[in-house]
Design a protein around this ligand. Sequence first.
Ligand code: GAP
Length: 552
Amino acid sequence: MDKQNDQSRMDKIVSLAKRRGFIFQSSEIYGGLNGFWDYGPLGVALKRNLKDCWWQDMVSGHDELATPAGAPEPYEMAGLDCTIIMHPQVWKVSGHFDLFHDWLVDCRESKKRYRYDHLHGRFASHRNKRVFVVTDQSGDEALPHTVARAQKFFGLRAKQIDEIEWEGGIEPLAAGIAAGTISTSEALAPDAAELGTLTDPREFNLMFETRIGALAGGDDDRAFLRPETAQGIFMNFKNVLDTSRVSVPFGIAQIGKSFRNEITPRNFTFRSREFEQMEIEFFCKPADSSAWYRYWRDRRWKWYLDLGLTAGKLQLREHHADELSHYSVGTADIEYAFPFLAEGEFGELEGIAHRGDFDLRSHSEGKLVRQDGQLVVEQGADGKPRHRGSGKDLSYFDDVTRERYVPHVIEPSAGADRAVLAFLCDAYHEDEVPDEDGKPRSRTVLKLHPRLAPLKVAILPLVKKDGMPELAAELYRKLKPHMAAMYDEKGSVGRRYARQDEAGTPWCITVDGQSLADRTVTLRDRDTLVQSRVALDAVGDLLRDRLRSGGS
Ligand code: GAP
């Protein structure tokens, strides 16, 4: 499929998400708020199912007695739910206060703001005038955007486009400026008519700030909305250790909201300003940490496949040494080929990072920096720690080996909203099915894994009379306590199937004339379209078995 079609596919997914109540723009009746999204009735069920799958597969359903495939030994898992606002020192010591920023540039003419690393461009000349045409578009849209911008700047008609002379391909603006091959005075900003309207880049911290208390005003009242859930886990490492009888190796898991004041939120929910994360901090013995890193990387990769993401659209990417954070020994990203990206590009769903002892040591000793290959406490101008740690001992004493050490941490960190978006994109299909008269009818279907599907089953009386609604309602009430079931008697049965296909409901049950005679019903499978006759009293057990076994 070419990218043009992929973009139109993305547009259809966004439109389906709105039309069927999966995802709405936040505060839409006031014109919306960029980077904030609400989940409607079907969307909230899909997202809740996704988070429940994660929690069940990683935490509540974890067998602490067995050694899972690929793991060095059995391990324990504990859950946590901590606050969004934490002590401001958390963010100073974690490095977010000093380092969690993007570079931005403003356009003095259009008043628009851009992420510096999102600006690319190329040199264009026409009649001795040479400009660097800047675009904020990505992928396949960048090149045509520069052509349109240059055409407008040079005042050319469409048939004169060939008169423009281009030098080289698209290159990052920042790299050209750093190398001295581009000057801002010759740059044509993406939304400007004049040259040289971009400001110098400046840092912009992505943390949302707030104030604590009614008499807020001073610097001491300043607080931040968490940009990741992970730090709350480090804050409670000792609490969990002291209260829940876990021993190393063990993991603490948390699902919750995170906030980042992204400069350019974009691509539907992919880059939002408020989003949910599903994070695990896994604490292990330093000597075993590489084996645990590989275990979690492979385990998390398999999770997406088991829930049905197409293998060919997923990519596991190990970071190169120069991409790693200063404390990281290894990081891998699980990435998905979202339809809004250019051919061959992937967007991050989850990062699995080997963080060494950076976090626990930092929160104990003070913010760490790497010097001569060692992590040392960063000093301020006064020779004291730049950001003081808690001073609490966050080491672990192993009763069996009588060793004391600071555990190393493996962090699988996933985004719930990005995962929902990937599953929606992957599930979206258009095909043809025979209608009631056997004629082919095009349909839109979400082939969601039954565990993720917002509704598991719809119960449809064939007609609204002759006792069919009553029998269908009886079945609905039987199934409802066990699974998300819906009763629908409105419209032709074909239209009702179509509605359920769009919602991703894996099964429809039709109650018809024969059902009244022999208490059998028709069970329709969303993906295979196979319709089978089953006993009404057995259908609940049958669907429960299918849900347990993943749908087949
Ligand atoms: N504690 C590590 C951490 O937060 P990250 O790579 O910055 O790492 C982890 O974020 C995951 O959170 C990402 O892989 C992504 O799925 C999700 N995420 C991050 N920023 C996001 C945003 N602005 N909108 C939606 N999801 C986001």
